[in-house]
Design a binder for this molecule. Sequence first.
Ligand code: GLA
Length: 626
Amino acid sequence: MRGRLAGVGFGGDYNPEQWGPATHAEDIALMREANVSLVTLGIFAWARAEPTPGAYDFTWLDAHLDRLAEAGVAVCLATMTASPPPWLARLHPETLPELADGTRLYPGSRQHWCPSSPVFRRHAVRLVERLATRYADHPALALWHIGNEYGCHISRHCHCPVSTAAFRTWLRARYGTLQALNDAWSTAFWSQHYAAWDEIHTPRTAPSFRNPAQRADYERFSSDELLACYLAEKRVLARLTPHTPVTTNFVPIAKTLDLFAWAPHLDVIAYDSYPDPHDPDAAQRAAFSYDVMRGLKGGRPWLLLEQAPSAVNWRRHNGRKPPGRMRLDSWQAVAHGADAVLFFQWRQSRGGAEKFHSAMVPHAGPDTRIFREVRDLGAELAARPELLGSVPERADAALLLDWPAWWAVETDAHPSEIDYLKGALAYHRALYAASVACDVVPADGDLGAYRLLLVPHLYAVSRAAADRVTAYVRDGGTLVMSYFSGITDEHDRVYLGGYPGPFREVLGLTVEEFDPRPDGSWAEVIRLEGAESVRDFADGSPAVTRHAYGRGTAWYVGCDLGAEELRGLLDRVRRECGVRPVEAGLPEGVQVRARVTAAGERLRVRLDHRDGSVSVERDGPRGATG
Ligand code: GLA
């Protein structure tokens, strides 16, 4: 794709099927004016491309691709399979998804398909074969965009008979024998022992708590089924257009998909980001999600495939982005590794459910604040060709994120409710507030590359993964682990002998009891076994501990710390292990992140979230410890 772009890609979702020829002509003129270099085309155009089964019409698409090529705009071409035409449900009602309580979801919105449906997959693959054959050599084609936001809306959790059968097949492949499944799911409990595979269901609406291991497996299965849909299309593209990279846009960080399991199958990571202009923590949340995107391919740049130029339409109150905010948001993404800045969408729809979602060209047309800001940003990015080929600077600190642990820790009947993402964000925020860069790594990532490793709520963990974390500390790393980590194995079976089983040695302690407070805050009873307490609960028992282990140090946080206290703790920890801010002395609300160009130059992007200003500077000395 890089060959088709002269710099950071700039543009948006282009849905010309909603408009007529006069608008199309104006689109091209305005794209030129705004320095648009990349558009995503045809995401919801299946019904237009195949209006009746097997009768394809691509002539309209030919014209758009030709026009875009002529205007020098590269195309990220959608495979169009995000939302099937209504005829699929008429001919094959079994492709409609079903909720846990048996409710069927019907056409009339979007993404109404069962991920396990062979019928859906067959029709999708047939369409992709046509598209790939027709456009493989089109000069506008830069990138393939499979589906859209897998896991968004229903296409994640389906409980229909087809999905139930697929779940059983998936379980057979995972466990081999019923005995192994019964063992892994602890079915001796509550008379759940299975004597035949077809006794097993997806975790549907049930009288009381559903089996937690079954639920966690169903999450894995659901992520895998969607991945199988993606891969069915990817195989076609790899066969017919092997030289064009393939991606799909990930939905704002959620527990839906195990992104570390998906990442190897994308040629480039793509992400949709919708920071809420009314949320004071939006910038940090965005920073976190961008750090995750970068982490999915070990630090490589990624594409911001969607953001809103101003308001969205799907929150209860959809505030606009004030002047300058869209530019600031865009540069933030670039600073954290984005190689493209795209929007949903190019032109604001006249009808349909998203007509009040902002777009690059608003209802009022180009003589508007939004279009002027879009045009200015396009010009500004075009004037920075050195960004292309640059890579985000590596951080000294990392946060370990793990989807299976996320799934398991949020099942019910636990000592207290834990919000895994909230925990991860809190630890990330404590570094962010100190202007410290943070990478995000999977449990099997390269931990040794970091001086400091943050591990929030790693509740379910395999022995092997726990050993890697232990070895990281033994070899000189500094670990900060938060409570309710190391409690169960990958099948949600508790490690016996005292919590947190596989981390007791490295942390130098045992947790004997959990004792969450009525306000929901966490507390527990910790017995020191080598660690020292650095902060006590009100009753004088240890709450936060420090343990020298091997050549490293392991900190344990057995309670909820407020933002200020957590920040103070992590400031202390990182001073001890030599993790510095990206730049010293930055005022609160100002962030700096750096990219290193192909020529080895350091580009520092300075984001001032107080007044919305941005500056990009070349090189500069690295700040002292702050
Ligand atoms: C998602 C979808 C888009 C659009 C936007 C609106 O990101 O991918 O099609 O609906 O949300 O914010």
